[in-house]
Design a protein around this ligand. Sequence first.
Ligand code: AMP
Length: 130
Amino acid sequence: MATIFSRIINGEIPCYKVAEDEKNFAFLDINPLAEGHVLVVPKTETDYLFDLSDEDYTSLQLFARKVAKALREAVPCKRVGVAVLGMEVPHAHIHLVPLNSESDLDFRKPKLQLTPDRMKQIANLIAEKL
Ligand code: AMP
């Protein structure tokens, strides 16, 4: 069965899309740690990030860097933090999270609840910087 991320990429499930290229897709995390929390996902359905082929892994990392640069311009922050968990969704992905302090990357923290309008606005702000 297709993963939830494949279903998002295929347009079967809605998302707040940020960017897409031939091999990769980026959208807002629905339970964000911070405004602008983005997931960067390879279109190929591989569970574990480090099992991707060299080509797909490199492509994903280069794509993540582009998105992270746009994210930093769109959402003021000291740094964009990078995390790989994969505890919930078995489809490789990289979390990009705007950081102002170390604790902003603490996944045990309660997640933000943003309105659909705000999520759309943030996704558009990042997309505009790409
Ligand atoms: P993990 O697999 O541990 O890296 O966590 C998966 C992440 O995907 C979590 O932060 C979820 O909030 C996020 N997530 C799950 N379903 C969706 C969805 N439909 N749209 C956006 N983000 C999602």
